[in-house]
Design a protein around this ligand. Sequence first.
Ligand SMILES: [Zn+2]
Length: 60
Amino acid sequence: MIRCGYCGHEFGESEGIRGCGQCGKPGGCHMVRCPRCFYENPEEPGILKKLKGMIKGAKP
Ligand SMILES: [Zn+2]
């Protein structure tokens, strides 16, 4: 679940609007837009993802 940093709405990664394709970030855009307010959020709270990655090993 992603919690929108702007409006606090919680949504799944699949519900969010992904991959704007326009920002030109190398490797693709990893931001997910809130379906309610369109604020751009990081895919997952970064620190959580990092911790999970360290424990489980890198996800593809
Ligand atoms: Zn929002």
